[in-house]
Design a protein around this ligand. Structure first.
Ligand SMILES: O=P(O)(O)OC[C@H]1O[C@H](OP(=O)(O)OP(=O)(O)O)[C@H](O)[C@@H]1O
Ligand SMILES: O=C(O)c1cc(=O)[nH]c(=O)[nH]1
Length: 219
């Protein structure tokens, strides 16, 4: 079971690479990912419906497994909340696969939409937050705050990719549990072992991730 799951996870890492969703260079994507040698864009999954479905099934599998433990690691939830835009694409796929109602938090007014929650819910409902990728967790925390402002409960968050820039610890400090399907270093190991990236690229990315871990230990 564990073996099958890790094989599927790597299948998804491969699909992301094949869809050109993993790029190498020098990217400043956010305050917490300055001069990153790697950038991942999970939104490319929408170009391959099979890959999008696999992503949603992997999340389902992970959640069922976590809920079936003697001490469940994921609380029961009534709705899923996708973090726009990337997380909302995945949450929509998850909602369709599992028949779970979907909502999303609109942090800022946009077009005719006010700041608030789109989709139906009842105050007191528990929302599982879904995002495609997490760096420092700011987007998830902003979403959780808005959901809670509207009377929803948030306990668990699931993401497809964790860049391992301290989000687990940061979310835990706010009382949220983070689950991820793929970690960036696992993806990089896969690309290196398949000869998809050079040893030099692997080394530069690994050093970057290690420097991020060292920064976190010092903060
Ligand atoms: O953990 P964080 O430091 O908040 O970073 C991760 C967030 O950044 C990306 O979204 P982005 O803001 O690029 O928006 P998009 O999904 O609309 O592309 C990603 O989808 C996460 O939501
Ligand atoms: O830190 C981010 O915002 C970020 C990093 C990354 O690799 N991909 C992405 O979409 N956002």
């Amino acid at each position: 079971m564990v073996k099958e799951q890790s094989l599927d996870n790597l299948w998804l890492a491969q699909a992301l690479f094949d869809l050109n969703g993993v790029q190498f260079g020098n990217f400043t994507v956010s305050e917490s990912a300055v001069s990153s040698p790697v950038f991942v864009n999970p939104k490319v999954l929408i170009s391959n419906p099979l890959a999008l479905r696999v992503a949603s099934k992997l999340m389902q599998q992970e959640i069922s497994l976590a809920q079936s433990l003697r001490r469940p690691r994921v609380h029961p939830f009534n709705v899923v909340a996708g973090v726009p835009v990337g997380g909302l694409l995945l949450a929509t796929a998850y909602s369709l696969e599992t028949n779970t109602p979907l909502i999303y938090a609109r942090i800022r007014p946009e077009g005719t939409g006010q700041r608030g929650i789109e989709g139906r819910y009842t105050p007191g409902d528990t929302a599982l937050i879904i995002d495609d990728l997490i760096t420092r967790g700011g987007s998830v925390l902003e979403t959780a705050a808005l959901l809670e402002e509207h009377g929803l409960k948030v306990k668990d968050v699931i993401v497809l990719i964790d860049r391992e820039h301290g989000a687990t610890e940061r979310l835990r400090q706010h009382g949220y549990n983070l689950i991820s399907i793929l970690k960036l270093d696992v993806m990089l190991n896969h690309y290196m072992s398949r000869g998809l990236i050079s040893e030099e690229t692997y080394r530069v990315c690994s050093e970057y991730l290690q420097s991020k871990r060292a920064e976190l230990r010092q903060s």
